[in-house]
Ligand binder design. Structure first.
Ligand code: ZN
Length: 88
């Protein structure tokens, strides 16, 4: 009787342990995947902001300079003349 009870309990305990391990591994995997995606998107956004720059050419002192993307007018850092962005 006691042997039968142990025999019956072992598979269910094993199943519980396997389920717990699977759930634990899934949670760990989801956490790491989420962190990876979050950091990847953050770095990509930062890189895009750094990369996307508007080029300006000063018509007064012939200097080339850049400003963050989206700006149409920017003052020249050398002479202060306001120039519109360079169009290609
Ligand atoms: Zn200038």
């Amino acid at each position: 009787m006691a042997f039968a009870a142990i025999y019956c309990r072992v598979p269910s305990r094993m199943f519980d342990l396997t389920t717990a391990a699977v759930i634990y591994c899934t949670i760990v995997a989801v956490v790491f995947l989420g962190l990876w995606l979050w950091y990847d998107r953050r770095d990509h956004r930062r890189f895009e902001l750094e990369r996307r720059k508007t080029t300006f050419h000063c018509i007064r002192c012939d200097a080339l300079y850049t400003a963050p993307s989206g700006t149409e007018l920017c003052k020249c850092p050398k002479c202060g003349h306001e120039n519109s962005r360079l169009r290609f």
